[in-house]
Write a protein that binds this ligand. Structure first.
Ligand code: ATP
Ligand code: MG
Length: 747
């Protein structure tokens, strides 16, 4: 072995080196989180280029997300500089598009083909359904798309699909739609997203010359996150690597989290059967996390039956305990997270970019976003849209703005045909023209339509319907809460029923987001002194302002657990650790889904390097419904001796709190129908007000004061900001405590 080359990898452990230097033949790197799988892949590319007589363009490396591909490219460029040019690093889709651009003519498409996104796809599908005279209500387009997409993931052609469902009336209609839809795509010289993979496989299978070309070109093929490949992707990889057989698959069966999208965990589990001569490398040392975090992750995943046993250890012995916080509600949960982050950043211990907040569903981000904004903490949402950027949220806000201010042409234009009322762009153009002429708002023009000759009678009646609705909402506004008004708008305009009729995952998400928006209005009504629509809208524009955030700033990363795959952060918060949220309600009833949720939890835990928090709320208004949360079973699956409850301090005061609670004023009780005993440092003020009187007064505490905390013991005050004091405890480190909630005594 060339010693200079070996020196390049001296920072790697023996197994990693072995994986890097096993260049030829099938190689499976099956290893747990943070064991350096992606690191090995990057170094392996370097090794192959340094030791084999090949070109960079002979290497193909595929990852799962654009973000992961970008990061891998950067890491390879760091190692190889200009020599990295020409290596194919990308996602399945980006690599396939490249190949199709070259040869798709062989399938009868032009090379200038377009890619249809979801919206284009829907339009085409609706045309298809119409042409077949099929009732759209029975064959809701998005539901049909999901069936087609599912078939494509499994490489099932329309003809094969027809064979499978020949005796099923409903499905046979979908087969007809699939066939015509596919024909129409071709007429439009278009591919949908799934086609990108399917057509590449088709190209390879029907045109051996093309396959032969790429098989020879890609002498080394590598796939990261192999556990999440679906059947079509698996086939593609098998075909591409069949000639040289230099396929390196990297993955972790414990992190397979896309079963619901057709990913097939058996692709990784059966690798050794498929390639009998495969070298299998297991990496067992984790370099990312402390042993507390790693042991916790291992402890949780052990509850899954269907897995390959793996050992994973770390040299980073010990570490901070996993911190569990039970909040009163989602607002308090958000505040807790935001304040923890802010405190550590203010103390210069961490910067914003050290933190990630992970959650199960996008709808949970709102309360966290708002709390971060209240604390002025910059954040960025990955792999999803910011709550207030979502279409359905923008739509409902546009309605509210118009109801509040009929002069708002922008909002009116946004929703005049949402949901669809048959008011076309031409009519709207005309209205706008007239409004410009008259120097009046479009809404005023609408009010004077009666004798207008510039719109048809048919349009007139539709426009009249619209202003009747808006007029009614304006009257309701005077007598209703904002939250009730929102419900009325969603109901009376048919917005919700349209979404319900779609009955797809996507429409379901939209409904959930709208419910979440209602939650935000209820919350507003509870805490704001002025409760009118105008104040509500003002409070929202404050929130929506975050868009103006400076891009160079360091920010906290917010994302779903799914998008966090492959990434790492110093400190991770997993929020919403409640039964019904994580695991989801659906998963609770289905063992297979439950195991997938548990793997998702394993992914979440193993993103953390040093600190992990799990938070849950006693009560949460989510999707417009109030839920009383029980902590997630995944919290209970953590080893008890590695966790620490941040609520314990308050629990010591249980009796005291209980008696205080009895004294509580009835209205407060309603607002904060909470278990006072479980309140932590950042709990709602009113409930424990009396307790603070029993302890020391705010003014008694100053820098250098010696105090005793019921749980943390003796300490010295090192800084003070209003009622927040930071205390260096003799045995428990430095903590920030709010004097309004926690009883301290002077030593
Ligand atoms: P995941 O399963 O989450 O995708 P992974 O197995 O791909 O994780 P990497 O992301 O490659 O793991 O590595 C995790 C961390 O460990 C990274 O910060 C990486 O730089 C570091 N690391 C990997 N190998 C070593 C090593 N031999 N010595 C020191 N640090 C290492
Ligand atoms: Mg990785």
């Amino acid at each position: 072995m060339n010693s200079e080359i070996e020196k390049r990898y001296s920072h790697l452990n023996e197994m990693q080196k072995k994986a890097v230097m096993t260049a030829e033949g099938p190689l499976l790197i099956l290893a747990g989180a943070g064991s350096g799988k992606t690191t090995v892949l990057v170094n392996r590319i370097h090794y192959i280029l340094a030791t084999r007589e090949i070109f960079p363009s002979n290497i193909l490396a595929i990852t799962f997300t654009n973000k992961a591909a970008r990061e891998m490219k950067e890491r390879v460029e760091k190692l190889l500089g200009e020599n990295a040019d020409g290596i194919w690093i990308g996602t399945f889709h980006s690599c396939c598009v490249r190949m199709l651009r070259r040869d798709i003519e062989k399938l009868g498409y032009a090379r200038s083909f377009v890619i249809y996104d979801r919206a284009d796809q829907l339009i085409l599908l609706k045309d298809t359904i119409k042409e077949l005279n099929i009732n759209e209500k029975l064959y809701e387009p998005k539901m049909v798309i999901n069936h087609i997409s599912d078939a494509k993931d499994k490489l099932i052609t329309p003809e094969e699909f027809g064979g499978i469902y020949k005796d099923d009336f409903k499905m046979s209609k979908i087969v007809d739609i699939y066939k015509l839809y596919q024909k129409k795509l071709k007429e439009n010289n278009a591919l949908d997203f799934d086609d990108i993979i399917v057509k590449t496989v088709e190209l390879f299978e029907n045109h051996p010359d093309v396959l032969n070309f790429y098989q020879r070109k890609f002498r080394y093929v590598m796939v990261d996150e192999y556990q999440d490949t679906n059947k079509a992707q698996y086939k593609l990889i098998s075909l591409l690597s069949a000639h040289h057989r230099n396929l390196c698959a990297v993955g972790d069966d414990d992190q397979s989290i896309y079963g619901w999208r057709g990913a097939d965990i058996s692709n990784i589990l059966n690798f050794e059967q498929e390639f009998e001569d495969a070298t299998v490398v297991k990496l067992e040392q984790n370099y990312r996390s402390t042993s507390v975090i790693l042991d916790s992750a291992n402890h949780v995943i052990k509850n899954n039956m269907e897995r390959k046993l793996k050992r994973l250890w770390t040299q980073q012995d010990g570490g901070d305990h996993i911190k569990i916080f039970k909040a009163g509600d989602e607002r308090e949960e958000g505040d807790f997270i935001a304040r923890q982050i802010k405190d550590l950043v203010d103390k210069n211990e961490r910067s914003n970019s050290d933190f990630a907040v992970l959650y199960r569903t996008n709808a949970q981000s709102r309360a966290i976003e708002e709390a971060l904004m209240r604390q002025n903490v910059s954040y960025k949402i990955y792999g999803g849209m910011k709550f207030y950027d979502r279409k359905e949220i923008k739509d409902i806000i546009a309605y509210l703005r118009l109801i509040q201010n009929p002069l708002d042409n922008i909002s009116l234009k946004r929703i005049i045909n949402v949901p669809k009322r048959g008011i076309g762009a031409k009519t709207l153009d005309k209205l706008e023209e007239v409004s410009l002429e008259r120097e009046n708002s479009i809404y005023s023009v609408l009010l004077e339509l009666e004798h207008a000759d510039y719109v048809s009678t048919r349009s007139k009646s539709k426009l009249n319907d619209f202003i009747t609705h808006i007029g009614a909402f304006m009257a309701m506004k005077e007598v209703m809460n904002v939250s009730e008004l929102i419900e009325k708008v969603l109901e009376n305009t048919g917005y919700i029923s349209e979404l319900k009729a779609e009955n797809t995952v996507e429409s379901q998400t939209r409904i959930e987001n709208l419910r979440e928006f209602i939650s935000s209005a209820i919350e507003f009504e509870q805490i704001s002194e002025e409760k009118d629509l105008e104040t509500f809208l003002a409070s929202i524009s404050l929130v929506a302002d975050i868009d103006a955030m400076d891009d160079d700033e360091e920010y906290v990363s917010l994302m779903t657990l799914h998008s966090a795959k492959g990434l790492e952060f110093n400190t991770v918060f997993i929020a919403g650790m409640e039964e019904g949220i994580f695991p989801t309600n659906r998963a609770i009833l289905d063992e297979t889904q439950l195991e997938e949720e548990r793997r998702l939890c394993y992914v979440g835990i193993t993103r953390a390097k040093e600190n992990l928090y799990m938070t849950y709320a006693h009560e949460r208004t989510i999707y417009g419904r109030r839920n009383y949360g029980v902590s997630s079973r995944f919290i209970n699956e953590l080893p008890k001796d590695l966790t620490e409850s941040l609520n314990v301090a308050a629990r010591n005061d249980k009796r005291q709190a209980k008696s205080n609670r009895n004294k509580m004023d009835e209205s407060i009780k309603q607002n904060f129908a909470l278990d006072a005993a479980s309140f932590g440092v950042y709990s709602s003020k009113s409930v424990l007000d009396d307790t603070s009187k029993a302890g020391i007064d705010n003014s008694d505490v100053s820098l250098g004061s010696k105090i005793v905390h019921p749980r943390f013991g003796s300490g010295t005050v090192v800084s003070k900001d209003g009622s927040n004091v930071t205390i260096a405890f003799e045995n428990k480190g430095v903590k920030t405590i709010n004097l309004e909630y926690i009883k301290l005594e002077l030593a």
